[in-house]
Design a protein around this ligand. Structure first.
Ligand code: ME8
Length: 518
């Protein structure tokens, strides 16, 4: 039985357009989804847009548009953006779709029927940007702690979810599931929130109309966060297609930013328990991408447009930089100089040069036909040994959802292969068995590299595969499977035409787009 891997991203608010911060989340989720396809897992990769709530209603009003028209426009911008960053999502969910309205109504009704929703009155400081209430002590100089903008005092009669009842069950559940929130630092943060104690949360609104109607009280709409989280269930047929739902839940791997940890690590598992389903398998929490030390966001007007950046440096370079230079879990600082530095060092110099060099020598010494590697265990074995260690480390890192480590490991093989060529200097040797052995090993290393980089830089992997003359798709499902996969040394068959072509990554000199520092 193949493993099932249900990869999700947060669904993005449509008050904003895709920016580099949101692109970072989606690219990371995409790389993880691609890795899992590559090892032969059955993958479902979901992203989408979160379209209800006061923030959207107001953004639409400012533009004299209906909330629906505004949501349509902005959701379309997200749907158009992701293919341009080679995102391989299988589904795109909008919370305004009928399938989602049906799922939310069923889900909330189940919780109501189980006795975990009651009616009451709520007052508090509300941040419209977060769509969340804050307690006095959480405010920073009277402002929202995330957006550093004024909050509003709101009072509403509404329904409450009895979150406080779930504190103990959540604690027990987290104890039994150490991998449920990763990395460890974020797990500790979630446990810290739990220790601070849980308050019941208000989950319906009468003050706004732009939301999913509450099935048991027509005057109310569901609070946007309570509706949004359910998207993860909607997409797999919750309440409608039991077989599909049972296949994918709880095989869910939610990738989120650290700003929405409370919702995903406290509210969401409790909501699932209240509705009588399992909590999600894993929440993987990443940090922020900062510009000049500040979170990138519309409210701060320090956004970098990922599509402009991709048009400038190339999608592959952008994806590589985001995945290689930001460690999942920690914050990362975006700078154009660092991106170009990484491009030149890793893509142009190391990987691009290796491919060009090998193709050039295969052309001049072997008539353009790649020789086979020395064969598992039969060569002098140096590159073979390096490759063995690298494959193991990269596999472990991908399995641990750590693209930066996986790429770091992969580049060790690239550097060692370059070093080997420099030492042996096949271009100085006469055609013959020695040249063939050196080139065969280099081609084999490149074959492994092509597979290992496929989740991160899919177009580059495809280009390498093609230049090596290898048949089929580099990202064939199962190509990196533990059993029967092709990550063992010696898979390059030899006798294939090796293509000598333009450099994969021409060196870049001048930065031409500067990140606007907030
Ligand atoms: O919170 N660095 O949507 P949202 C890294 N609709 N990631 C960033 C980022 C940055 N500077 N800025 C945004 C919502 N993100 C809700 C989610 S889910 C059921 C509902 C990413 O549009 C990060 O993943 O504000 C963050 O969690 C997400 O965008 C929030 O996007």
């Amino acid at each position: 039985m193949p493993r099932r891997w249900y990869q999700t991203t947060p669904i993005f608010y449509v008050n904003d357009r895709p920016h580099l911060g949101t692109a970072y989340t989606v690219v990371t989720a995409d790389a993880l989804a691609r890795w899992h396809r590559l090892v032969g897992d059955e993958v479902l990769f979901l992203t989408g847009t979160d379209e209800h709530g006061l923030k959207i209603e107001r953004a639409a009003e400012e533009r004299q548009l209906s909330a629906r028209a505004w949501a349509d426009q902005t959701s379309a911008a997200f749907q158009a953006a992701w293919p341009q960053l080679s995102i391989s999502n299988d589904d795109f969910i909008r919370t305004t779709e009928p399938r989602h309205y049906r799922a939310v109504a069923r889900f909330i009704q189940a919780i109501y029927d189980n006795g975990h929703i009651y009616k009451g009155e709520y007052s508090g400081w509300y941040c419209v940007s977060c769509e969340a209430y804050y307690r006095d002590e959480e405010l920073v100089a009277g402002d929202c702690p995330v957006h550093k903008r004024p909050v509003e005092w709101l009072t509403e009669e509404n329904y409450f979810f009895a979150l406080s009842r779930f504190a103990e069950r959540l604690a027990t559940w987290y104890e039994a599931h150490p991998g449920a929130v990763r990395p460890e630092t974020r797990r500790n943060e979630a446990l810290g929130l739990l220790r601070q104690g849980l308050e019941d949360i208000s989950i319906t609104r009468t003050s706004i109309r732009w939301g999913v109607p509450v099935p048991f009280d027509a005057g109310h709409v569901v609070y946007v966060w309570y509706d949004a989280l359910v998207n993860y269930l909607t997409a797999i047929g919750y309440g409608e297609d039991e077989e599909r739902f049972a296949a994918w839940w709880p095989a869910s791997h939610h990738l989120i930013g650290k700003d929405i940890l409370r919702f995903h690590c406290i509210w969401w598992p409790a909501m699932c328990m209240a509705a009588g389903i399992d909590p999600p398998s894993e929440v993987l929490v990443h940090g922020f991408l900062l510009v000049g030390g500040e979170k990138m966001s519309k409210s701060r007007a320090n956004q970098v447009d990922p599509l402009e950046l991709a048009a400038d440096v190339g999608v592959e370079a952008l994806r590589y930089h985001l995945l290689r230079d930001v460690t999942v879990g920690a914050d990362g600082d975006f700078s154009y100089e660092a991106l170009v530095g990484r491009y030149n060092a890793d893509l142009a110099n190391n990987l691009g040069n290796l491919m060009s060099r090998v193709a050039t020598v295969v052309a001049s010494k072997c008539g353009g036909i790649g020789p086979a590697p020395a064969g598992a265990g039969s060569g002098d074995g140096r590159l073979e040994q390096v490759a063995g260690r690298v494959v193991e480390a990269a596999r472990a890192a991908w399995e641990a959802s750590s693209p930066s480590e996986a790429l770091e490991a992969t580049w060790r093989l690239i550097r060692e292969t370059n070093a080997e060529l420099e030492e042996r200097e096949p271009w100085r040797l006469p055609p013959g068995p020695e040249v063939e052995r050196v080139l065969g090993d280099a081609l084999e290393a490149l074959r492994l590299v092509a597979i290992l980089v496929a989740p991160a830089i899919p177009a580059t992997a495809t280009a390498l595969w093609g230049r090596l003359g290898l048949p089929g798709r580099v990202d064939e499902p199962g190509r990196a499977a533990v059993d029967g996969g092709e990550l063992a040394w010696g898979g390059y068959p030899g006798g294939l035409p090796v293509e000598k072509a333009e450099p994969l990554f021409p060196r870049r000199r001048e930065p031409t787009v500067a990140a606007e520092a907030g």
